[in-house]
Design a protein. Structure first.
Length: 141
């Protein structure tokens, strides 16, 4: 399993309002990352991919991860994705039912990852940058 086009970081920014009484503007998304995998398993065996935050406490914010349906040049039992989750510090399944399969390599192959940052609790927001990792794990069901 890998992340395409690379596993480099990216930024999601929230912009302060220009006018008193307005909400936060420009809640951005990032949809540049793709999960590719190859899975060789025995018949009647399946795998899943989970995601979780590592090294982060996002005070007042939720990091939402949307996962597309499979697209690309692969073949086999590619599993099915959930539509979206709010990432936390415990693993959550994002793709399930993977059998013997491969997604194809590179962007536009596999499952597109769509990240967005949302305000969960305005009273907890602080003006600070947060840096953290997202850990993806493929395991047998």
């Amino acid at each position: 399993m890998d992340i395409e086009p690379d596993n480099s970081g990216f930024s999601l920014d929230l912009t302060s309002p220009n006018e008193a009484g307005d909400g936060i503007k420009n809640q951005t998304t990032n949809a540049t990352k793709w999960i590719n995998f190859t899975s060789a398993v025995d018949l009647n065996t399946s795998r899943k991919i989970s995601a979780q935050l590592s090294g982060a406490t996002l005070s007042g914010l939720d990091l939402k991860l949307g996962i597309s349906h499979y697209s690309g040049s692969g073949a086999g039992t590619l599993g099915s994705s959930i539509s979206s989750i709010i990432l936390g510090d415990t693993p959550q399944t994002i793709i399930n039912g993977i059998g013997g399969a491969y997604t194809g390599d590179g962007i536009y192959n596999g499952y597109n990852l769509i990240y967005s940052l949302e305000v969960a609790d305005f009273s907890m927001l602080r003006n600070a940058s947060k840096s953290f990792s997202i850990v993806f794990t493929m395991t047998d069901n």
